[in-house]
Ligand binder design. Structure first.
Ligand code: NAD
Ligand code: TYD
Length: 337
């Protein structure tokens, strides 16, 4: 039996990963540590919380003694670090917590992994550490890191720390750098769920600037299968880009959502741009495809269809995550934009 510590497993991608592992790899034992910030939600784990091979612990990855105690108690062999502050816009209005969680939190986990001599540390990173592309080319694993936002700078710092622990203390590690994820259970602060939620409710869809910014879209489930392949097969020290082979301009994504929901284009509202907005991300994922035999399972059109259906069928979940503080966040970000 594999015994893994998943951090951030009540968030969007982490909960998709925990659900996938518990469903498809029942011989794997998962300890799930999550601080339950605004982005963490136990409802993301409904039906899975009480599985015999799953333990949930509410805790902060900056708490070293707690992490070490969990590793000992559950005989953890590997850490997969999803926990992070993950939203670029929030990093612009309040960068400090991004340094605490993404840098100090990762450092704390690395020290525990080193001291407890774990078999593997997998850092879930982002293509945003590479910076921004012009109209041509893609990020490869050799692209120099050149982060532009406080969020991506904090993730790049964490990547450097992971490599430094490998180099200095022989920590066995991998780093994965994926493109923009979408799918069920994503908090409606990111582009796709925010636009779906607004369109469902006939609210304006706030498109930053000219809307011609380009992202590569990766269905979260496909991201999770890629990470599983890394855990199973990757040699230590390797970095893998993970992408969906689905480059789209934001306006095209928003138009597709409106078409699928049968809503008018007049809901689109161009608003003031994000400061320092990265123009284009594109991923060359040939390494993980070639070396670990991974492929995305859905096209963007299929994935967005499944995602919209999920939000339509999970109105209660959506209503509960947009209650309370969400409205305050939304107003502060969009009201006078
Ligand atoms: P998310 O914001 O939905 O979830 C983050 C989770 O981490 C939440 O459950 C939160 O409660 C938890 N958390 C935050 N601070 C913590 C702390 N100090 N201790 C313990 N738990 C804490 O994020 P996500 O979209 O699921 O992203 C997961 C990972 O993937 C992140 O590392 C992110 O940088 C990376 N990533 C995300 C995307 C994307 O498109 N969402 C793209 C590339 C990389
Ligand atoms: P986002 O989902 O925040 O991911 P990231 O900034 O990490 O790529 O944003 C995706 C793209 O959508 C990005 O170009 C910013 C843009 N965007 C909007 O135009 N309007 C919005 O309300 C949001 C949240 C994002």
């Amino acid at each position: 039996m594999r015994r893994i510590l998943v951090t951030g497993g009540a968030g969007f991608i982490g909960s998709n990963f925990v659900r996938m592992v518990l469903s498809e790899h029942p011989d794997c034992f998962v300890v799930n540590v999550d601080k339950l910030t605004y982005a963490g939600n136990l409802e993301n784990l409904q039906g899975f919380l009480d599985r015999p091979n799953h333990v949930f612990v509410k805790g902060d990855i900056c708490d070293g003694p707690m992490i070490e105690a969990i590793i000992d108690e559950h005989q953890v062999e590997a850490i997969i670090n999803f926990a992070a502050e993950s939203h670029v816009d929030r990093s612009i209005t309040g960068p400090k917590i991004f340094i605490e969680t993404n840098v100090t939190g990762t450092l704390t986990l690395l020290e525990a992994a080193r001291d407890k001599k774990l078999e593997r540390f997998i850092q879930v990173s982002t293509d945003e550490v590479y910076g921004s592309l012009g109209p041509e080319g893609k990020f490869t694993e050799q692209t120099p890191l050149s982060p532009n936002s406080p969020y991506s700078a904090s993730k790049a710092a964490a990547d450097h720390l992971v490599k430094a622990f490998g180099h200095t203390w022989g920590l066995q590690y991998n780093i994965t750098r994926c493109s923009n994820n979408y799918g069920p259970y994503q908090f409606p602060e990111k582009l796709i769920p925010l636009m779906i939620n607004n369109a469902i409710n006939d609210k304006e869809l706030p498109v930053y600037g000219d809307g011609l910014y380009v992202r590569d879209w990766l269905y979260a489930y496909d991201h999770c299968t890629a990470i599983w392949q890394v855990l199973e097969k990757a040699p230590s020290g390797e970095i893998y880009n993970i992408g969906g082979c689905n480059e789209r301009a934001n306006l095209d994504v928003v138009n597709l959502i409106l078409d699928r929901l049968g809503k008018p284009k007049s809901l689109i509202k161009h608003v003031t741009d994000r400061p320092g907005h990265d123009r284009r991300y594109a991923i060359d994922a040939s390494k993980i495809m070639r070396d670990l035999d991974w492929r995305p399972s859905v096209s963007f059109e299929e994935g967005i269809g499944k995602t919209i259906d999920w939000y339509l069928q999970n109105e209660k979940w959506l209503a509960s995550v947009v209650s309370g503080d969400y409205q305050k966040y939304y107003d502060s970000m969009y009201l006078n934009r």
